[in-house]
Design a protein around this ligand. Sequence first.
Ligand code: HEC
Ligand code: HEC
Length: 198
Amino acid sequence: MRGITILGLGGVLLAQTFAPVALAEDLTGDPAAGRKKAGLCRTCHGIEGLAKIPIAPHIGGENPNYIMHQLTAFREGTRVHEMMSVVARGLDDQSIADLAAWYSSQEVHASLAPGKTDDMAPEACVACHGADGLARIEDAPNLAGENAIYIDTQLKAFRTGKRTHPVMSEIAAGLSDTDIRTVAEWYAATRIEIAPVK
Ligand code: HEC
Ligand code: HEC
């Protein structure tokens, strides 16, 4: 059983790791074209990537490869969500590259909640997600200012295997519900600003 599970996971990882890279090599995203296409996203993510509904994440200022990777995963079915799977199914590779170019061109700033200092941040997360929730490595997303429910949902999805990633699945497996609530509240409390569209 264990062997089968690992093999299955390997297949998913392969798809997730290589599909967006191929996409990035073949296509250059055009932010202006992406801005037009972002009309499809604005009710939930805003035009500039600051989320408009509590269950949607902020996507402005994320790394373009992360955005492409996730849109591809929703389209291919390796990440599933009732809204995003439908949205992503309608996107071709060029649209994904354009949307990623647009949203990643936004500038994001984060600051700790009043009274909080870096050394109070969740130790297990800061190397990749920062104390303030701005990603420190290329393939990690920002967590700053995300709704606690969103963070909670994603960590539980990694823990149950509904969403998979070599690093995050492993990390989430070691978190209790209480740990999840604590880290979700930390990052949700961070203040975020995304530079308005000129
Ligand atoms: C009806 C609301 C809705 C619309 C419209 C929508 N999204 Fe989403 N999006 C969501 C929700 C909700 C999630 C969180 C999914 C989950 O919980 O896994 C999400 C997740 C994402 C993510 C993953 C972000 C992360 O941090 O992992 C990306 C990227 C994204 N959306 C891009 C887009 C783009 C680009 C469009 C327009 C083409 C779009 N979305 C349209 C609701 C929406
Ligand atoms: C070694 C680097 C690393 C560490 C440490 C790490 N993460 Fe992550 N995290 C990632 C990467 C990479 C992703 C993107 C996963 C994907 O592509 O699906 C991610 C994704 C996430 C997401 C999904 C966010 C979104 O926008 O959908 C959450 C939530 C998250 N991490 C929380 C945490 C928490 C909480 C900790 C500490 C307990 C932590 N991570 C530690 C690398 C890391």
